[in-house]
Design a protein around this ligand. Sequence first.
Ligand SMILES: *Cc1c(COP(=O)(O)O)cnc(C)c1O
Length: 393
Amino acid sequence: MNKLEWIEKELQSLKDAGLYNRIRTLSSPQGAWLIVDGKRVLNFCSNNYLGLANHPRILQAAKQAMDVYGLGPAAVRSIAGTMDLHVRLEERMAAFKGVEAAITFQSGFNANVAVIPALVGKEDAIFSDELNHASIIDGCRLSGARIIRYAHCDPDDLERTLKAERANYPKAMVITDGVFSMDGDVAPLDRIYEVVQKYDAILMVDDAHGEGVLGRGGRGIVDHFDLHGKVDIEVGTMSKAFGVVGGVAAGNPVVVEWLRQRGRPFLFSSAMTVPDVAACLAALDVLEESTELVDRLWENTRYFKAEMKAIGFDIGNSVTPITPVMLGEAPLAQEFSRELFEAGVFAMAIGFPTVPRSKARIRVMISASHSKEDLNRGLEAFSAVGKKLGVVH
Ligand SMILES: *Cc1c(COP(=O)(O)O)cnc(C)c1O
């Protein structure tokens, strides 16, 4: 008996179900157009909302910083010390988000895994939106706290669960994604805040898809709802709109100070590298100087969505640049994606377990880097493939 045989069986069943991830290989920078598996295609996949992943000014900042600081942090910050560059990024992130303090991590995933177990433990409870991101779920599990799910984006259901369960636990935490990455809807954070107020719970929002997108000049969901100082901790990422990589937790300075003492990915994993940090600082410069890119992102979003609806596609309930094209079963979504690729458009199918079974889709990510002609090219391809596969008429 081969002890790994079960894996081969599982892999085959993923392939049979149309759920196997075939990862495309890129040989170009991120942008509106990519070279994917040797073919030039229009990019509808990435979270590069503002086109910053290959922005000349940001590249320049990363290169210059390496001349001064070198490349790697060489150990965790609590042991080898921390570069003033990292401290500056934390100060600038806090200022950008309009809060008192921030701490950075290697990724948004790590930020969630750091923050949640530092704030609640096995005696406590977490009230979590049922569609929260996988990294929130993993952070919750690592904490050992009881996880109580409430109905997606439903403050009334949150209140019902808090009323029923809150008194049984010494501490409670309420956690929601800001923008939900698969559906593009936005948590009603103002109403969630009101509910949380009544039940003495810590409020955390993960704004990974909101930074650079929502709020004034892309300041995120807390700014969007004007809740400055009211959300205890805001987790974020620099791997999406910022176009780099890295995670952040921003908000109450006491929480941030505690994370420097007890955030395990902070204490036991090295910091972001020098070019990452310098690039994030330059991304903040770009965002703070002008709203041009954020404005263009929204203009592109409105145009693309209106045209997709006119063609007859079901594009769900998104209110952000995330545009799910609902197709139902995973094999259809995969076939649709293959046909789009043939037509020169790179847009991946997303199926279970990333989204529920029978809610497979193509997720189009609109970016400020798309021109009107790019969007029209994409719309033509969607229309042609949709007709061919009988999705639209
Ligand atoms: C993408 C995402 C993350 C992970 O961010 P990385 O920086 O890529 O690790 C965390 N939370 C949410 C809600 C996300 O969408």
